[in-house]
Design a protein around this ligand. Structure first.
Ligand code: ATP
Ligand code: MG
Length: 401
C-alpha cells in the first residue's frame, strides 16, 4: 500500500484514533490495480484530524461531510470521520450526516460491497458485506437492499453500470432489477453528472451493459418516446458494435431528428468538442457510400470523420464485413492520392488571386474552393503555375457569364 497513506494512518493511531484506508483504493489494490487516490476513514472527529496534521496544509471544503483533506508530500489525502447518512429527499444527497464510532456503520452507508471494505496494514481487511468474494467473482452488489439504496441516491444507478463496465463485472440480480426499475429517478440528477457517468460507461463498455440496460440509457439520454421501441433496440444493438463513445452517442441518438440533435446534446450538457463530433458524424454517416465522391468528402468532412461514419453506417445497416472493408480501402486510397484536402495545403492563396486582379469579392472564396476540389480530384497539379492559369480561366468564364 501507499507509503504516505500508511504514514497518515500511523499518525492517527499514535494519537489514539482508529484509521483505515477505505473504498475505491482498497478495491483497486485488491484487484492488483494502482488506486487513483487513497481515502482514509477514522473515528477521529474532523477537529481532531485537523489537530493531528496541524503542520500540514489542509483543505476544509468537505468539512460539512466530515472530510479534512491533508496535503501530504504534495498529494491530497481525504480523511473522513466515520459517519452515517439519512433522509435522501432529493434522491441524491443525504438530508443529514452524523458521525458514528462504528466502522461497520460507516461501511454500511457505502454503495456496493466491493466499495465497502477498509484495510489497515496491521489489522488487515475489514469486510463485513462480502466485498472480497464479490470482487473475486466479479459481482456488483449493493450493500443492503438494492431498491432502497438506489432510491436514496439515484447516482448509484449509473455508478453500478460504470463499475460493471470498468471491471467487466456483472450486476447481482436484485441490483440489476433495481437499476432498471429506478431509472425513472435519473432525471432528478444534474445533467452534467449524468453525462460524465455516461461518458465513462460508453467508453469502457464492451457492449454487454448497453444491451442489458438499454432502457436506462434511453432515460439517461432523455429519449422519452423511444423507450422500448423496436427502432431504439436496433440503435442500441448497433451502438454495442462500435467501440468509440462519440460513435455510440450518434447511434443511440439516431431517433432524434438531425435538426434537433445539437440542441438535444446541449440539453444533456455534452461538452462542445464531443457535440461537434457527434453532429458531424451523424451527417457523414448518411452519405451515399456506394456512390462516393471521396475527394469532395475529404474536403468537407476530413478523413477521421469519414472513418467513423463508415463504422456507424456499417453497424446501423448491418453491412457485411467485406463491404465495410471495401469502403475503408477506398477511403485510404483517396487519402493517399489526394494532394490537398484543405486550403492551407493548396499552393495558391487569396493574395495570389488578388494579384491576378481577381476579387476582392465573394467570388474569390468560391474560386479557391473550386481550385482546391479540382486539385483534390487530380485534374490540375497542386502547383503554383497550373493553379494560377486555371484560376485565370475560371475567372474569365465567370466574367463572361
Ligand atoms: P473511482 O475509482 O471512480 O474514484 P471510487 O470507488 O473511489 O471509484 P469515489 O466516488 O471516489 O469512488 O468514492 C469513494 C468511496 O465513497 C466509494 O468507494 C464508496 O465507498 C463511497 N461512495 C462514493 N459515492 C457514493 C455514493 N453515491 N453512495 C454511496 N457510497 C458512495
Ligand atoms: Mg475515488
Amino acid at each position: 500500500m501507499d507509503a504516505h497513506a500508511e504514514r497518515l494512518l500511523e499518525t492517527l493511531n499514535e494519537n489514539g484514533y482508529e484509521a483505515f484506508v477505505v473504498g475505491g483504493c482498497v478495491r483497486d489494490a485488491l484487484l492488483g490495480l494502482a488506486p487513483k487516490d487513497w481515502d482514509i476513514t477514522t473515528n477521529a472527529t474532523p477537529d481532531a484530524v485537523s489537530a493531528c496534521f496541524s503542520s500540514y496544509p489542509q483543505l476544509t471544503q468537505g468539512l460539512r461531510h466530515g472530510t479534512v483533506t491533508v496535503l501530504y508530500r504534495h498529494m491530497p489525502y481525504e480523511i473522513t470521520t466515520y459517519r452515517t447518512e439519512s433522509g435522501y429527499t432529493d434522491h441524491r444527497h443525504p438530508d443529514e450526516v452524523s458521525f458514528t464510532k462504528s466502522l461497520r456503520e460507516d461501511l454500511s452507508r457505502r454503495d456496493f460491497t466491493i466499495n465497502a471494505m477498509a484495510y489497515h496494514p496491521k489489522l488487515g481487511l475489514r469486510d463485513y458485506f462480502g466485498g472480497l468474494e464479490d470482487l473475486s467473482r466479479g459481482i456488483i452488489r449493493c450493500v443492503g437492499q438494492a431498491q432502497a439504496r438506489f432510491e436514496e441516491d439515484a447516482l448509484r444507478i449509473l455508478r453500478a453500470l460504470r463499475f460493471a463496465c470498468r471491471y467487466r463485472f456483472t450486476l447481482a440480480p436484485d441490483c440489476a432489477q433495481g437499476v432498471l426499475a429506478l431509472r425513472v429517478l435519473l432525471p432528478q440528477l444534474s445533467p452534467e453528472r449524468i453525462f460524465s457517468e455516461l461518458t465513462e460507461i460508453l467508453t469502457a463498455d464492451d457492449g454487454k451493459i448497453l444491451l442489458q440496460f438499454a432502457p436506462v440509457f434511453a432515460k439517461a439520454l432523455r429519449l422519452e418516446n423511444t423507450q422500448g421501441s423496436p427502432d431504439f433496440a436496433k440503435y442500441v444493438r448497433a451502438a454495442a458494435q462500435v467501440p468509440e463513445m462519440a460513435d455510440r452517442l450518434v447511434l443511440l441518438l439516431w431517433s432524434v431528428p438531425r435538426e434537433d440533435l445539437a440542441r438535444h446534446l446541449q440539453a444533456l450538457r455534452c461538452p462542445r468538442r464531443i457535440l461537434q463530433l457527434v453532429v458531424n458524424r451523424r451527417e457523414a454517416a448518411q452519405l451515399p457510400f456506394s456512390n462516393a465522391d471521396w475527394p469532395l468528402w475529404l474536403i468537407q468532412w476530413g478523413e477521421e470523420c469519414l472513418a467513423h461514419a463508415l463504422r456507424i453506417a456499417g453497424a446501423l445497416q448491418s453491412w457485411d464485413p467485406g463491404c465495410r472493408r471495401t469502403y475503408e480501402t477506398q477511403l485510404r486510397q483517396a487519402v493517399r492520392s489526394c494532394p490537398c484536402t484543405n486550403l492551407s495545403q493548396l499552393r495558391v492563396n487569396g493574395r495570389d488571386l488578388r494579384e491576378l486582379g481577381i476579387g476582392p469579392s465573394a467570388g474569390l472564396g468560391n474560386l479557391l474552393q473550386e481550385l482546391l476540389l479540382t486539385a483534390a480530384r487530380g485534374r490540375v497539379k497542386n502547383e503554383r503555375e497550373p493553379l494560377l492559369e486555371l484560376a485565370r480561366k475560371l475567372w474569365q468564364e465567370k466574367a463572361a457569364e
